[in-house]
Design a protein around this ligand. Sequence first.
Ligand code: HEC
Length: 255
Amino acid sequence: MKKYLVALMMALAPLTAGAAGSSVPLDSMQVDLENTASLQRGMAAFVNRCMGCHTAQYQRFERAANDLGIPNELVEQYLIFDQNKKIGEHMTNAMPAESSKVWFGNPPPDLTLESRLRGPDWVYTYLRSFYKDEARPWGVNNVVFPDVGMPNVLEDLQGVVVNHCTPEEMHSEHGKIDPLTGQEMGGCMSVEPKSGSMSEEEFDQYVYDLVNFMAYMAEPSKMVSGKIGTYVLIFLVILFVFAFALKKEYWKDIH
Ligand code: HEC
């Protein structure tokens, strides 16, 4: 009996670990797989800004291009930087894992399934909550991923974010943070004026598109499964009409 109890606890352990989650309130975002323009912009951002370090090794360029309605020639011309890579290949890069571990402390993980692993809200908040911290090797820290090994690769767009709170204040219940405005959450963070090329709304939209694409990538079949469900229901309704007529025919002489 004890053995079974231990086995059950071990089976449930990942659930509790997931539930613990981040101690920081996350900004929520609504994934929209119908918004093709957003997904297309997100793919461009991902390829340009993330794939220097990260891979999406379970996703092929061609599948993404077809699902997002981007012509193959455009993807080949603008989104595949390696001359030897074909559109049918996986979205990998040339960064050697051993060296990147030395450079960053941790190798940049593959991001194909990241949005399923952490959830879109987490990724959305993470990308918007880097802040200046001279004590760190890259000069930045992160609110939801303390002591992260990744530099703030979007700083030229967002600007330099300054944190006015101590770590304790940041993670405490009432010191809730809005990484960008600092408003309504205790005023911990603010962007240095004119240090980024985008306004706050533009930057939020940029990161939204990026995470929207990452959510698509983590589960591409979701795009069609909703539509298939509708077709199946319509089919069942039509089938019911015929089945009902057949039943009437069979039972008509039985009184
Ligand atoms: C200069 C290299 C570099 C670039 C460019 C880069 N990252 Fe990272 N990223 C890293 C490293 C290194 C880590 C691992 C950090 C750690 O474990 O401390 C990481 C970690 C992450 C994580 C957390 C993974 C996890 O769950 O542990 C996410 C999410 C992420 N990156 C997203 C992105 C996105 C999206 C982009 C493009 C906008 C991007 N990164 C661009 C180097 C990079």
